[in-house]
Design a protein around this ligand. Sequence first.
Ligand SMILES: [Cu+2]
Length: 469
Amino acid sequence: MTRIALFLLTIFLSAACSPGVPTDTSQPPGWDAQIAAPAAVDVDPSEGTVEVHLEAKLAQLELRPGVTTTVWTYNGQVPGPVIRAKKGQRLRVVLTNHLPEPTTIHWHGVRVPASMDGTPSAQAPVMPGETFTYSFMLLDAGTYWYHPHISSPGQVGAGLYGALIIEDPGERFFGDELVLVLSDISLEDDGSLSAPDAGGWFGDYFGREGDVKLVNGRVRPVVQGRVRQPQRWRMINASRSRVYKLQLPGVSWVRIAGDGGLIDRPQTGSFVLLSPGERAEIMLSPGGEEGARIDVLSLDADRFHTGTPMPPEPLFTLALTAPSPKEPLPLITEPLRTVEAIDTTQAPTRTIELMEKSLDGVGVLGINGKTTSESEPFDVKVNDTEVWELTNTTPYDHPFHLHGFFFQVLDSDGVPPAAREWKDTIIVGPKKHIRVAIHFDDRPGMWMFHCHILDHADLGMMAMFHVLP
Ligand SMILES: [Cu+2]
């Protein structure tokens, strides 16, 4: 071996052995080929910036096997491409609208400047044929997603959503990584999309759930995994209204992250609950024998509290291959990171009531007595801290989503959460009282909060607040 080859080999080996950095996948070749969503291409060669081009356009895809559907896509695919960048980088996304109607992109959970939030108060809609460039620094590692924020029930329901993964280069290795965008879509018998307002008022009131459940745009896909070889699943619920509740029979797992990156300590549970907009990351280790197939089950989350949930259905399948030739990594049990508690000693409390009422003889949804069009924004100031007490006086669940700022749950009906974490979306059940702490950091502007059952937001359960400089 020449000296230069030896030198290069030394460089390679030292890179391969640096702690916490995954340098190879120990899964079988093509392990995620049937399930993974394609990655976005970074067209900016500089280290500090990731630039991605998204074209919103119609495309023909076979979502339900055997039939073709004209869906609304980013770059011709559902979900849109997985955008990957690192904490500390700038993300620039050039959106071109080739849809038949105006659109925007909202960066769900990402602490962007108000002008980049993609809402009607943040920007003029991007008209058909127009281009708009989003550009912002990435402050927090975690699993996020992007979707339109005008006509969002129809546009999200038609296929416009994608994952945004912000990596922390210093993070330890939890397992071979899989991004799972969970959604659903409503199709007619001939494969065409159901009308965005199908069912009229009832559709709005109940929240339209698609009859076809999708994992990365596929029906019942398969992921191959070695027995006892850990995987890290980054899961996003991009559904318009469906609450996903997953059970993983025969799989040991711990939850390691939520909406805004790693939680303070790993959590165990019997299912993963994801309301629309929420994210969860789990580290998992499949048991069983080589050749076994484990169905990941979708349970009915019973968001109407009927007490008679529908039976579970398989959502996707884990096909087990030979155990890893390496020593398997055990599921993590030690603390993951320090999440500093927001200091609420001087913080005033504001009540946010998710409610319903009759308006001109029609049932509507609202916040604090008012529908979106009736309500006035309230003011807070940069550097304020507030406690919001979220309550729900309707008889069914609403996932509350706060734009622009993370919150920490203080307690739910007086019970503190098992882990401390950063959240932007939380399901609020009937008669619940969930107290959350919010610190308004230095990003003034107009921001929204709303129910993330997008049909409910459209029916009035959305309001605004103004962060004053
Ligand atoms: Cu709701």
